[in-house]
Design a protein around this ligand. Structure first.
Ligand SMILES: [Zn+2]
Ligand SMILES: [Zn+2]
Length: 90
């Protein structure tokens, strides 16, 4: 049967129904591109851990929309730690 490669669009002859690509190269490259697309999709929008605003992170590790939120969150956590420290008996 004649099929069209999902990646480069070349027609190729195969007896394997599951074969989607003309060459292993096309399969690998297409797979890699899909992984990249998925990665980018994951990075597209995320809610800030501090203000809950949606933002587009440039890094997988970013959890705050801005440096301000990161600093505020850090200060809040520090404040909480101090308050907890005050409650504990001396
Ligand atoms: Zn191909
Ligand atoms: Zn924020």
């Amino acid at each position: 049967m004649l099929r069209k490669c999902l990646y480069c669009g070349t027609d190729f002859e195969t007896s394997n129904v599951n074969r989607l690509f003309c060459t292993p190269y096309c399969a690998v490259v297409s797979n890699n591109e899909q992984i990249e697309i998925k990665k980018k999709r994951n990075l597209q929008s995320r809610k800030c851990s501090f203000c809950n605003k949606e933002f587009k992170p440039t890094n997988q590790k970013h959890i705050y929309c801005s440096i301000k939120c990161r600093v505020k969150s850090y200060r809040k956590r520090r404040k909480n730690n101090i308050q907890q420290g005050d409650k504990s008996p001396c």
